[in-house]
Design a protein around this ligand. Sequence first.
Ligand code: NDP
Length: 268
Amino acid sequence: MTDKYAVIGNPIAHSKSPQIHSEFARQTNQDMIYEAILAPLDGFEKAVGDLIAQGYKGANVTVPFKFEAFNTCNSLSASAMAMGSKAVNTLSFFTNSTIHGDNTDGIGLRRDIEQNIGVTIEKKHILILGAGGAAYGVMSSLAGASSITIANRTYEKALQLVMEIKDCEAKASTFESLEKPYDLIINATSTGLTDTVLPISDIIFSKNCLAYDMMYGRETHFMKQAHAAGAKVADGLGMLVEQAAEAFYIWRGVRPETAPVIKMLRNL
Ligand code: NDP
């Protein structure tokens, strides 16, 4: 029988997840379908209940439901609980009524930066711009860094996130007071969606800096600034495919190849 999966979000029409998972399924000969489901903003729990009633095996969760998804789970992986994230992006449904939650965003980011782009996290001075769900979700994947600075529009949220970091030097900042160069800068704000200009100085881009924007599908102002300042620049498409591959592995027990799928999406 064909197994059913979905991604739940609002909005959802732009999602590339159905294409990515269909390609993984084709590549690994899995008998499954994967659809995009638009849930009303107050209808996430019902959407999950409907999928379970219809025999779906699992679902990915995207904006704005990752925190609500965490609360829907009655079983959680270590990745879902790391750094007080309280957000999940992968749900697995079992016949004994277990709803198991994982967060694959962190592993997706690290694999993209280290394996696809070829930059190591180990011993790096890292700057994260933003302290929302995506920043929380990826923080545990930065183990081995020398230092992590979190800069956010709402300074208190940066402070809160910094308090979760135990294994390296950590500091909270405003955007305006950043005044030294970093090896790796990750834009985890949603400013790419609105083309908002972040009040950051060119000084933060070191000579060999990788400037990584989690946003994909367009060149953001952050990417343009980083490029002009001489940094190596990457968008979040690789992270999207890598986090999907980890979800696919959790559900199906096989690892798809990500490189051809990233290439396919870049050529669309
Ligand atoms: P949230 O809404 O949880 O957080 C948004 C963050 O952006 C907050 O830190 C917020 O600051 C900041 N922000 C919003 N507007 C502005 C502004 N005008 N100026 C400065 N800062 C601003 O979103 P997520 O964390 O879930 O997502 C962030 C981005 O990451 C999105 O673009 C999303 O698409 C992308 N993403 C990509 C993934 C991938 O696989 N490539 C996976 C997950 C996310 P404040 O706290 O002050 O409100």
